[in-house]
Design a protein. Structure first.
Lengths: 263, 336, 388
């Protein structure tokens, strides 16, 4: 378990329908255990697709994915659900489940097919709600929450699931400063507990601040990967985003300044 | 913590109260009829009047139980459909199930001799066919998410069946078969006896059991497929099991009772108002409330006048009245 | 969160216990017959050859069921579709009116005809359409009569509470003879039943004799249609193969042309003008007596240019099926009148002594015992042979 990467991807290719354009091409990537990895890239670069492939929801055309040393397809769904947790960009409002009931859904991997959550599951859900800072919202119906609160609720759900690997798709897109900070701190404490977190974002500064490693994707290929300082260079930013940027140092971490005013 | 536990207990207590109401309704229904006189049967009749006893045991009891199961199954199926399709306006009419049952029954009346067994078997078979056809067609549609695809396919199949039923009504003998078809399509439980109940009980009980046991999974299935998958579910398969259970139970009861509408649509809404959206409570509540609803309507159907009022008319009437009341109610939620 | 399971399971158990507890009740109640007209066999009676010593009646009804009664039924109820067919037959027997205690009324009256000649019928207990078994039980009938040839769920439900139902199909002449005989047994007057059957058979024999020896080319081709006006649209339908109208045409020495388009037994089949032109019948007979728009229909038929191209219409060989209170084509007791009329229409030279008024007088005198005056005042005015 230690030593090798927890997620290992080799020569991955994927297209949505048999004859469609390839969304990912010959992608190879390692994600170390107990690290925070940020997937950066413009819209449409394949970040969400990559997460879905790691999750096992999509099947690659070619290539292999290994999770914790074992080939993806070899894992049963149950084993997968205890290893990988997933938060999509958007969760449909669904029915008016309360926040607590929604967070309890995250306990499914630990329950038998016909079992329902018990006291221990409620405790885990409570702790998750506490960690996400939304415990006071637990009785509210989900659709009445703001977009940011819903994201925190999704986070709480996956915290209650407590997997080894967290796959988060744009977890901070709707959040204000305070909640962004909260999420980043939560991700850090997960890493400190030995969990692995992979999240996507299109804001390089967020990636710079919270990640250990960065993978930059452009049109389905890895443009750059490695430690934060190594990857976040003006050259890479230009190659990936097509904008000129200035990198300055912010307490040991690169801060990317793009020129937002024309003159 | 205290505030929470009290809030948790309230819906739980409500469920108990509903269960008690069920027992009361069942007992009262057994004492209502038209013999020896309309409405309440005096208790003395139970001891003195042999015909009254015979009527209660042989005709009233199986009928009220059938009415209860009809309501229970239709409501459970409605709740399942609504949660799976994440749409509060869905019931079995969206998957071609009830139209298939109608078509099968009409076919039974016109071409299979109109025997009870022929009509029921035909209705059940075509209801299942409706679901299967909707599923197969949905798989071939290329755009939209799966909810959209399935509903689109279901509506098309339903429309096809309705056209078929129209043709059958046109071909039917206006003096004999057409009134049969029309009366069936309005729904009714007259002449239900114990053998009828035994015929539907296995499938209906099995379907209900599956739905009840999987009620927490129903919550899970209201999430995106990827999320459900990440939690260890096989969303497609589990949906199929639930839908099959719902459709099988519905088809079998609809083939006996005819078209009884609005129950599957309305009752889950009422249940949600009383005990919340969590399927763990909402599904059992739907079952109990649905049972009471159809039971009360059927009591009216057989007791109000000397002639039977088709059950479907009463459920539509009261169902829509309740629906409109719900829509216009100012308060949006009852539960915490 | 397990609290939600708990209220449900006891309820389910309670219901199951309820059902289970009722099973012994249902079985014991079936073993012990309740009312005085108890069936002596179990729930599924089959036809037996020899009546047992105690039963006063044993008949096999139109649905193939064996009805055994210990005593003659004093109280009869008529329910189901087409009650007037049964009632018209019942009132041919002197005991009939007295024994009738209640009926299901589907129209404005139980029977226009009976209301006119036997006003007592209007004071009989009536039930609204589709009565449940409890309402019927409230009439305390000894026997329930229903029109039909198949076992009805209502009859089965009534049987469960000890009330027997006798079915009479009344669709073809042979069925009529059997059902009349059964009714005679039920009323305890087989002699009267024989008289009624003899009347019909005599009428049939008369027609058969008149048309005997006719070659096929001497038989005119006949098309019988029912005229329909549905939401402003005119349509015509032909009767089913086994129905009375088809029989009447064949027996009256005609050749029914519509058989290829007809249903076996299911119902009226719609036909269009092209098909009628292909058949090109010698004679066209229209059934419109039941319709309030009869003259409108006949008017349209006469004026429509398409119809004028049909040979029979151009030659004026279009007739309306006659009726008095009820049509003479339907499987009502009047079918014999229809048969004789049609024979005289198709072969007037062979039934020279046919006079419609005489037929009407004879029918109502012999079958209903009405006086000539009553017939003249109440019935003759309702006889219509033309609806134009």
């Amino acid at each position: 378990m230690n030593g090798g990467p927890i997620v290992s991807i080799r020569d991955l290719s994927f297209a949505y329908s048999g004859s469609g354009p390839e969304v990912l091409r010959d992608l190879s990537l390692d994600i170390g255990a107990g690290t925070i990895c940020a997937l950066l890239g413009p819209n449409g670069s394949g970040k969400t697709t990559l997460l879905n492939l790691v999750l096992g929801w999509l099947r690659p055309l070619e290539g292999r994915i290994e999770i914790d040393g074992r080939a993806g397809p070899d894992l049963t769904r149950r084993e997968m659900s205890r290893i990988i947790g997933f938060v999509p960009q958007e969760e449909p409002a669904g029915f008016e489940l309360s926040v607590l009931e929604y967070v309890l859904l995250g306990r499914a991997p630990y329950l038998g097919f016909l079992e329902t959550p018990g006291a221990e599951d409620r405790r885990a859900a409570d702790a998750a709600l506490e960690a996400s800072g939304i415990r006071k919202l637990r009785g509210r119906p989900l659709p009445t929450l703001s977009a940011g609160e819903k994201q925190l609720a999704s986070l709480a759900r996956v915290l209650a699931q407590d997997p080894l690997i967290f796959l988060l798709d744009e977890p901070m897109s709707h959040l204000d400063l305070a909640n962004t900070q909260r999420i980043c701190w939560t991700i850090e404490s997960l890493r400190d507990k030995g969990k692995t977190v992979v999240f996507t974002t299109h804001d390089p500064n967020v990636a710079s601040a919270s990640a250990d490693n960065i993978v930059m994707l452009v049109k389905g290929k890895v443009a750059a990967s490695g430690s934060v300082r190594k990857t976040l260079t003006a050259k890479n930013i230009k190659a990936v985003y097509g904008v000129d940027a200035e990198i300055i140092d912010g307490n040991g971490r690169p801060v990317i300044l793009t020129r937002l005013r024309k003159r | 913590m205290d505030g929470e536990s009290i809030k948790e207990k309230r819906p739980g207590r409500r469920l108990w109260a509903i269960a008690a109401a069920v027992l009361v309704c069942l007992v009262l229904s057994a004492l209502i009829g038209r013999y020896p006189k309309p409405f309440l049967t005096p208790l003395s009749a139970l001891t003195d009047n042999e015909m009254a006893r015979s009527l209660i045991v042989h005709l009233r009891l199986p009928r009220i139980l059938m009415a209860f199961f009809l309501g229970a199954v239709l409501s459970a199926a409605g709740a399942v459909f609504q949660m799976i399709f994440r749409n509060p306006l869905v019931d079995s009419g969206f998957l071609g199930v009830s139209q298939g049952a109608a078509f099968g029954a009409a076919l039974g009346f016109v071409y299979l001799g109109g025997t009870a067994l022929g009509v029921q078997a035909s209705a059940a078979a075509f209801a299942f066919l409706g679901l299967a056809a909707s599923y197969l067609i949905a798989r071939r549609i290329r755009w939209g998410d799966w909810v959209f695809r399935l509903v689109l396919a279901g509506i098309s199949i339903g429309a096809l069946y309705s056209a078929g039923t129209g043709v059958l009504k046109y071909l039917a003998d206006p003096h004999k078969q057409l009134p049969d078809i029309t009366f069936w399509m309005l729904g009714g439980l007259w002449s239900v006896t114990w053998p009828d109940l035994w015929q539907v009980l296995p499938v209906a009980a099995l379907g209900l059991a599956i739905m009840i046991l999987m009620r927490w999974r129903l919550n899970l299935l209201s999430m995106r497929d990827e999320t459900a998958f990440s939690l260890g579910l096989a969303p497609g398969r589990e949906r199929l099991v639930l839908l099959a259970a719902a459709v099988a139970a519905t088809a079998v009861l609809v083939s006996k009772a005819g078209q009884v509408t609005w129950v599957g649509l309305i009752v889950p809404h009422i249940a949600r108002r009383l005990v919340g959206s969590d399927a763990q409570r909402m599904l059992p509540a739907s079952i109990l409330i649905g049972g009471i609803f159809v039971l009360v309507c059927d009591d009216l159907a057989r007791v109000a006048l000397s002639g039977e009022i088709p059950l479907g008319i009463l459920t539509s009437f009261f169902g829509t009245a309740v629906f409109i009341a719900l829509l216009s109610a100012r308060k949006l939620r009852l539960k915490s | 969160m397990r609290s939600a399971r708990i209220p449900f399971i006891p309820t389910l158990l309670a219901i199951t216990a309820f059902i289970v507890a009722c099973i012994p009740l249902t079985q014991s109640a079936q073993a012990a017959p309740s009312t005085k007209t108890s069936p002596s066999s179990g729930p599924a009676p089959t036809a037996k050859a020899t009546p047992s010593a105690q039963s006063a009646i044993e008949i096999t009804d139109a649905a193939g069921k064996t009805i055994r009664l210990e005593k003659l039924p004093e109280r009869l109820a008529v329910v189901g579709r087409g009650p007037q067919y049964l009632l018209h037959l019942l009132y041919m027997f002197p005991e009939g009116p007295g024994r009738l205690v209640g009926l299901e009324q589907r129209g404005r009256t139980a029977s226009d005809f009976l209301s006119a000649v036997a006003p007592g019928i209007d004071s009989k207990l009536t039930l609204l359409p589709n009565p449940g078994p409890e309402s019927i039980a409230g009439l305390h009938p000894d026997l329930v009569l229903m029109k039909g040839s198949q076992s009805d769920p209502l009859a089965e439900a009534l049987f469960k509470v000890g009330i027997q139902t006798a079915s009479l199909s009344l669709e073809t002449p042979d069925e009529y003879y059997r059902d009349i005989a059964n009714l005679g047994a039920i009323l305890g007057n087989p002699k009267r039943a024989d008289e009624i059957i003899a009347f019909y058979k005599k009428g049939v024999a008369r027609v058969e004799k008149a048309v005997s020896g006719l070659r096929d080319d001497e038989k005119p081709s006949v098309l019988v249609v029912m005229g329909n006006i549905r939401s402003g649209k005119y349509a015509v339908r032909v009767p089913a193969l086994v129905w009375m109208q088809t029989y009447q045409v064949k027996a009256a020495g005609g050749r029914p042309v519509w058989l290829s388009a007809a249903e076996q037994a299911g119902g009226w089949a719609v036909v269009n003008l092209e098909q009628i032109a292909v058949w090109n019948p010698d004679r066209l007979i229209i059934i419109v007596w039941y319709s309030t728009n009869a003259s409108a229909f006949m008017g349209w038929l006469g004026a429509d240019p398409q119809w004028k191209r049909i040979g029979a219409v151009a030659a004026g060989k279009v007739s309306c099926f006659p009726s008095d209170f009820y049509g003479w084509d339907a499987p009502d007791v009047r079918w014999i009148l229809g048969l004789t009329w049609m024979a005289s229409l198709l072969h007037p030279d062979r039934l020279k002594d046919y006079n419609i008024e005489d037929e009407v007088y004879r029918f109502y005198e012999e079958l209903y015992g009405l006086s000539r005056d009553t017939i003249k005042i109440k019935i003759l005015p309702t006889v219509k042979t033309d609806f134009r």
